[in-house]
Design a protein around this ligand. Structure first.
Ligand code: ATR
Length: 276
């Protein structure tokens, strides 16, 4: 049997750390497979996903902007992928294309690892209403938080997200944050504010309870301005790199047959790459 080969597909794809992560695990476990980056434009993604076997692939990861297109392309979906309407991991099973969304798993596993006591219930607040916010809000609901407030600059977008996912999510604008912070157990930034030279969100932390756990899904820099501000306020923070590492694990297991660990050596390798 020839060695299994998997991919990450996006447009553009140059920034992806997924090849580094999966090749690290292939080497570590002495497996003969390969994992490569594929740059595929939106008009070609359906054709690409429709013939994975013909291209020599057993499956792969799907990233921006193709997660909805991958959802449409698959013939079978896990329950979480169906609920989110987005697929980030695909594989072939008896010739059928199957899809999962492992962002929810990655988000939960990161907090389970970094803050093992974090599933204490109560309210949660998600800043942002894009694709990442959808997975995070769903994950927080799965972890038992209620309500899960989705607060966004454009409130209509938060309302649309909440309509799609349903209870226990609730929508609001960013102006509602100070009032929500007082009761929140977890606060997550999923906005791109502060990235690529833009201004970070200006947050009034004065109402936050001392037990508030603060996390960001952005991991460049590792301590974002958002996390730095929370730490200065004395709050517990968890960075977003673990979500990237953990979301990769279920896919690797589907394609290569064993579930790898997001261990310290992997974290160091990705951090070195991000710094370089
Ligand atoms: P993704 O799918 O990766 O989550 P996205 O769909 O581009 O990314 O969403 C980016 C999120 O960051 C949105 O919630 C956006 O708010 P709007 O929906 O109002 O555009 C939010 N965002 C980006 N820049 C922001 C800023 N300067 N202030 C507040 N929110 C911002």
């Amino acid at each position: 049997m020839s060695a299994s080969k998997a991919f990450v597909v996006g447009w553009p794809i140059g920034h992806s750390r997924s090849p580094l992560i999966h090749r690290h695990w292939l080497r570590r476990h002495g497996l003969a497979g390969d994992y490569v980056a594929e740059a595929v434009p939106p008009e070609a993604i359906a054709g690409f996903l429709g013939d994975l076997g013909g291209r020599g692939y057993v499956g792969g990861n799907v990233t921006v902007p193709h997660k909805e297109a991958a959802f449409a392309a698959v013939q079978e979906r896990t329950a979480v992928a169906a609920r989110l309407g987005a697929v980030n991991t695909v594989w072939l099973e008896d010739g059928r294309l199957c899809g999962d969304n492992t962002d929810v798993f990655g988000f939960l596993a990161n907090l389970d690892e970094a803050a093992p006591d974090w599933r204490r219930g109560g309210q949660a607040v998600v800043l942002g209403a894009g694709g990442a916010a959808r997975a995070v809000a769903y994950a927080l609901a799965e972890a038992g938080f209620a309500p899960v407030w989705v607060l966004n600059r454009s409130e209509e977008r938060a309302e649309a997200l909440v309509r799609q996912i349903g209870a226990p999510l609730r929508a609001g604008g960013l102006a509602a944050l100070p009032a929500r912070l007082a009761e929140a157990a977890v606060l997550v930034n999923t906005t791109s504010a502060g990235m690529a030279g833009s201004e970070p969100l200006a947050i009034d932390w004065s109402g936050a309870g001392d037990g508030l756990l603060v996390t960001d899904i952005v991991y460049v820099p590792l301590e974002t301005p958002f996390l730095a501000a929370a730490r200065r306020r004395g709050l517990r923070t968890v960075d977003g790199l673990g979500m990237l590492l953990h979301q990769a694990r279920p896919g690797f297991e589907r394609w290569f047959g064993l579930r790898p660990d997001a261990d310290a050596a992997l974290r160091r390798a990705v951090l070195a790459d991000l710094g370089g």
